[in-house]
Design a protein around this ligand. Structure first.
Ligand code: HEM
Length: 473
């Protein structure tokens, strides 16, 4: 969503929350029952807190200013919720790993409705463990090895569609790519009729996800809800066909369909649908955003691009000039490209922070985090802290020649909810880099430093770029 549109929605939000504050008598949740001291920080205006300060500027500036003023832990009040923000590796570990049971995942209800309430990232405890095992199983290294051929075919056809020298929006095109790979990981081979229907309706859900959640006819949010219902029906047809075939596929749908808990109960079709949509959602924009940054960083660093090309051309040569496909083991031995991926993940930090909610009053380093407050580990602040990454604004993959200090590098999160798709995401990025640099050259049009929040940070307009297939010249 464009910043202007977003600010409009923030304005509407502020207006409605101010009115409800006046008429409903203020925010009672904010006052903790205990005498222990709250972290430092300011709560801004009654109810609306510091929402405007956060959304009227680059959010990174907001977080960095706060950290400078108050240190690694500070309180604030955003979008109607009192929050504690945590900007140190130890604090992030405390919330996500060691005391994870005291902090539950929390998402706005409007978003949960669109994805589906049974998706694993909304859950905690035993139910979460069960769902997570299934998702993890379908994304294990063994499972990914079997996807190699499919991912390469998708990469090749994606790149061929860009190769004519016309200007494309890199992020939008990468989204098409990561969507196709998501479909492959979830369904294996899927009939093109189902794929088209899924794509059409998922696009509407995607558009509505970042819009103002007002459910009246004609709004993007309402259209998204209707599309989500149609997705349930399409998935029911796919599930029905699969059940008839009685196949024991190892893709995500197969894992979800064949699962039984200790009581012998299987998952309902709704639970399956919510988790399929959840994984598609978690897989698409994230991977596409990082790949858009990789295209830009490689373009802006010609020396580095040469080093990556040398590495990838040597692999291509070993594969009989590309007549044999890239193998799984080759993707595990790409040290230069791998460091480019890691550094892109660090510097872009597309998931700048995550949200949890304290399920009880929790004490951390002498401060109280009251029950019901939101807690936000700030990944980006940690990744951009010069104490852990020297000259943090410089794109320098060689910094990963030495492993980062523990808990300072968390592009995929940490603990029980850490990203189960991280190996697939890295495989996609390395496969894309291989095919891109060995067969294409490209030019970023308008290569400046603008950033767009889509909602993850991506280079402004994609970035817009032209691609040419080398052999076409
Ligand atoms: C570069 C790409 C990606 C990045 C940066 C990324 C990042 C993350 C992060 C930071 C989390 C943890 C969020 C939290 O703790 O609140 C997460 C969770 C998750 N990711 Fe990813 N992700 C990426 C790609 C993928 C892919 C390709 C998939 C699936 C195919 C995927 C599936 C998931 C799922 C299902 C969860 C929820 C896990 C749970 O709650 O147990 N992600 N991701």
């Amino acid at each position: 969503m464009e910043m202007g549109g977003f600010l409009f929605y923030v304005f509407i939000f502020l207006l409605t929350t101010l009115l409800s504050y006046i008429f409903l008598g203020g925010d009672k949740k904010e006052r903790p029952q205990t005498r222990a001291k709250l972290p430092p920080g300011s709560m801004g205006w009654p109810y609306m807190g510091e929402t405007l300060q956060l959304y009227s500027q680059d959010p990174n500036v907001f977080f960095a200013d706060k950290q400078k003023r108050y240190g690694e832990i500070f309180k604030t009040h955003i979008l109607g919720c009192p929050c504690v923000m945590l900007a140190s590796p130890e604090a992030a570990r405390f919330v996500l790993v060691t005391e994870a049971n005291l902090f539950k995942p929390t998402y706005p209800k409007s978003k949960e409705r669109l994805i589906g309430p049974a998706a694993l990232f909304f859950h905690q405890g035993d139910n979460h463990i069960r769902l997570r095992k299934l998702v993890q199983g379908s994304l294990s290294l063994d499972a990914l090895r079997n996807l190699m051929q499919g991912i390469q075919a998708i990469t090749a056809s994606t790149l061929d569609s860009w190769g004519g020298g016309h200007v494309i929006n890199t992020f939008h095109e990468m989204k098409k790519f990561s969507f196709e790979v998501g479909i492959l990981a979830i369904f294996g081979h899927l009939d093109s009729h189902y794929r088209d229907e899924l794509k059409k309706n998922y696009c509407l859900v995607d558009k509505g996800y970042n819009s103002f959640p007002i459910s009246i006819p004609g709004t993007p949010y309402k259209k998204a809800l209707l599309a989500r219902k149609r997705l349930t029906n399409i998935l029911a047809d796919i599930i029905c066909e699969r059940k008839e075939k009685k196949s024991l596929e190892k893709d995500l749908l197969g894992c979800l369909l064949n699962s039984k808990n200790e009581k012998g109960e299987i998952l309902t079709d709704d639970q399956i649908a919510d988790n399929v949509i959840g994984v598609l959602f978690a897989a698409q924009d994230t991977t596409a955003s990082v790949m858009a940054w990789i295209v830009k960083y490689l373009h802006d660093n010609p020396k580095l691009l040469e080093a990556v090309k040398a590495e990838q051309n040597a692999i291509r040569k070993a594969n009989d000039e590309g007549n044999r496909p890239l193998s799984w083991s080759q993707t595990r031995k790409m040290p230069v490209s791998y460091k480019v991926v890691l550094e892109s993940l660090r510097i872009a930090s597309i998931i700048s922070f995550t949200f949890r909610e304290a399920v009880a009053d929790v004490e951390y380093k002498g401060y109280i985090i009251p029950k019901g407050w939101k807690v936000m580990p700030l990944f980006r602040n940690i990744h951009h802290n010069s104490e852990f990454f020297s000259d943090p604004q410089r794109f320098d993959p060689s910094r990963f020649e030495v492993a980062p200090k523990p808990n300072t590098f968390m592009p995929f999160g940490s603990g029980v909810h850490a990203c189960p798709g991280n190996e697939l995401a890295k495989l996609e990025m390395l496969t894309m880099i291989h095919h891109l640099v060995t067969k294409f050259r490209w030019e970023v049009v308008e290569s400046h430093s603008g950033i767009q929040y889509s909602p993850f940070p991506v280079p402004l307009h994609g970035p817009p770029a032209r691609f040419w297939k080398e052999s076409m010249e």
